[in-house]
Design a protein around this ligand. Sequence first.
Ligand code: HEC
Ligand code: HEC
Ligand code: HEC
Ligand code: HEC
Ligand code: HEC
Ligand code: HEC
Ligand code: HEC
Ligand code: HEC
Ligand code: HEC
Ligand code: HEC
Ligand code: HEC
Length: 411
Amino acid sequence: MSRSGFVARFALPAALVFLAAAPLSGQPSDDDCLVCHGDSGLKGGQGQSLFVDGAKSAASIHGSAGISCVDCHSDLAKVSDFPHAGKLKPVACASCHEAAAAAVGQSAHGSAHSGPKPFAVLCKDCHGTHEIRASADASSRTFSLNIPETCTACHLSRVPNARGPGFVGQYLQSVHFRALSKAGLNSAATCVSCHGGHDVRLVDDSRSKVARPNIISTCGACHAGIERDYLEGVHGKAYVKGSRDVPVCTDCHAEHDIRSPADLGSIVYATKVAAVCSRCHDDESLARQYGLLTSRLKTYAASYHGMASKSGETRVANCASCHGHHDIRPSNDPRSSVNPANLAATCGTCHAGAGVNFSKGRIHVVSERTENRWAYTVKIVYLVVIGGLISVFLAFIAADLYRRLRGRWTR
Ligand code: HEC
Ligand code: HEC
Ligand code: HEC
Ligand code: HEC
Ligand code: HEC
Ligand code: HEC
Ligand code: HEC
Ligand code: HEC
Ligand code: HEC
Ligand code: HEC
Ligand code: HEC
């Protein structure tokens, strides 16, 4: 539509309506604006729609709180000539929401955080503009069930990902997203439960909710019983003391791709548990540092359980069946499931009627020097003696043969 066509179609009638409806002094009312902006065909210079749905806007949290168009579009508050001049100042949400604006400013999305950002993140990117609702309202973009859509609008591909493309998208396969989207369970974890809303931090910032020192309480906010069990176990006790070497929730369950352990895709699916534990428990330098026994995987793999597990059998014991998973304790702790006093009961969960004798055999049988000095020494002595005997015997035969052959040749 040309400028003059526009004036003929809208500006003149609008101006008339305006003159008729507006009080002589004071601000233009919403109806004044909607005379033009209530037309669904209204377009701006770049062809962008300038339509505002008056009903939606009135039903928004701002509409119902009595906030008018010009409370937000404040440069039009004193204008009485319509159509108004082109470019307007961006709406300053901060003028009424100081605390929210300050928090966002300090976050990974705000300007205060150092480092180059690919683009600015604004209030309207998460909240929208004219249809803003309280977060508890099911139609709000910040309502729990709608959060993944709001955040993935940028984080699936627009924002580069240090952990590789697809890392954030893994959330969409997780048990949490399925619970949210399929079962409508709004108590399942959304992006905001783990990262915060206004206080989102870079993941390597120690204040991030997903930073190592905070991740247990972040998951524990919902999985409270598991947090308690974990903190009572050997890993949790070391975690509280500040150890960076013990596993946290995400080491055993993944960050975004969290699944039910019964799901084949879970990293703690029965046949995969051994790989998760032995990443650390077969690590020589970690073992030396903590005085741990190594060869856990090797000895497990050589056991009946290990071999069956390798071939895909899920009913046999994995590390967690014997040791527990969240409240793992050293075997000398009387409450440990592998303490000699409890072993019969532990084996008994699968081997009905397993008695003390059944469970007596060593599980992690090894003959390596560091683990069993005597077995190792006997093995070495045996090898040396046998080897020596065979060599002496061979030397004797060779010497005898030589003597006989030489006698024949000289003859
Ligand atoms: C007579 C019709 C008319 C009335 C009344 C009117 N506008 Fe507009 N408005 C327009 C037109 C035309 C444009 C496009 C201007 C352009 O692109 O140059 C526009 C553009 C806008 C823009 C976008 C500006 C930008 O930076 O892209 C906003 C926001 C806006 N109007 C808000 C309001 C508000 C708030 C009111 C009521 C106080 C109002 N308008 C009343 C016709 C009107
Ligand atoms: C809660 C604040 C708020 C209120 C109230 C509000 N707007 Fe807006 N409006 C915005 C924001 C934010 C934008 C996006 C542009 C920007 O950031 O300045 C916008 C954009 C617009 C645009 C440009 C087209 C678009 O949709 O992006 C028009 C036209 C407009 N508003 C008209 C109105 C009219 C008419 C009313 C009253 C019925 C109104 N606004 C009430 C915040 C508001
Ligand atoms: C990255 C997305 C995001 C951005 C950007 C964002 N918000 Fe929010 N906002 C949320 C979420 C999510 C909630 C819901 C509360 C929660 O779970 O933390 C929320 C809640 C709110 C609330 C209601 C709760 C409260 O704290 O009083 C207000 C008001 C608010 N935001 C205003 C703003 C303003 C103003 C800006 C811009 C300065 C802004 N938001 C930017 C995501 C965002
Ligand atoms: C003129 C002041 C004003 C401006 C400007 C303003 N708001 Fe509001 N906002 C309010 C008022 C008043 C409420 C209603 C508070 C209430 O009922 O708790 C509100 C409520 C909200 C809520 C819902 C809070 C909740 O309880 O969940 C959000 C979200 C929000 N505003 C975001 C924004 C965003 C984003 C902008 C900028 C586009 C903005 N506001 C601009 C005054 C304003
Ligand atoms: C169950 C908790 C949880 C949920 C839900 C979750 N995240 Fe994460 N997110 C994490 C953890 C843990 C990390 C990795 C932290 C680290 O590397 O130390 C992470 C990392 C990230 C990163 C940084 C990736 C990089 O470049 O290194 C982004 C961006 C991110 N998440 C966005 C999201 C978005 C968007 C959603 C929702 C679609 C979401 N997250 C849902 C826990 C979660
Ligand atoms: C408008 C696009 C946009 C939206 C919407 C958005 N983000 Fe972001 N996000 C960004 C940008 C840009 C960065 C900064 C990346 C940087 O600095 O490297 C960022 C950074 C992050 C980071 C830190 C990543 C890192 O590398 O450590 C997390 C976590 C994050 N956002 C989570 C969220 C969550 C949760 C939501 C939804 C509530 C959300 N984002 C919504 C654009 C967006
Ligand atoms: C050392 C590895 C490890 C750590 C650390 C860990 N988990 Fe687990 N978790 C497991 C294993 C293995 C299973 C599966 C046990 C099974 O198959 O019965 C599991 C099961 C679960 C389950 C399913 C319910 C259940 O108990 O069987 C949830 C929920 C869970 N973990 C959450 C967490 C949370 C939250 C944290 C952090 C506080 C955490 N996990 C820390 C290994 C771990
Ligand atoms: C906002 C609450 C909330 C947070 C935070 C949360 N979860 Fe969950 N989680 C849930 C709910 C609810 C379910 C149950 C979903 C279902 O059963 O469909 C669940 C399910 C799980 C399961 C699958 C349990 C099973 O037996 O199927 C695992 C594993 C899990 N969460 C691990 C974690 C980890 C690890 C973290 C932190 C990185 C975390 N959760 C953070 C609420 C949460
Ligand atoms: C991220 C590395 C890591 C992972 C993964 C891990 N652990 Fe550990 N674990 C440790 C460290 C470090 C210690 C020593 C803590 C201390 O003593 O302070 C330890 C201690 C133990 C102990 C006590 C050992 C002793 O001699 O006192 C047992 C048993 C144990 N872990 C079993 C498991 C099982 C079973 C799994 C898998 C479900 C597992 N761990 C996964 C690092 C790990
Ligand atoms: C069938 C049950 C069973 C399975 C399966 C099992 N363990 Fe054990 N584990 C034990 C018993 C019993 C002990 C204590 C006596 C011993 O050392 O043989 C033990 C000892 C340990 C110890 C030393 C802890 C201490 O306090 O002495 C670690 C570490 C350990 N196991 C890790 C693992 C890992 C990792 C796996 C999986 C690769 C695994 N275990 C599989 C039963 C099991
Ligand atoms: C999670 C279940 C589970 C636990 C716990 C478990 N086992 Fe097993 N175990 C099995 C299954 C299943 C088989 C395979 C076949 C069968 O018993 O019929 C098996 C086989 C065995 C075998 C070889 C086959 C046989 O029956 O002679 C031995 C020996 C054995 N287990 C010892 C133990 C000992 C000792 C413990 C406790 C330290 C233990 N198991 C704990 C499930 C388990």
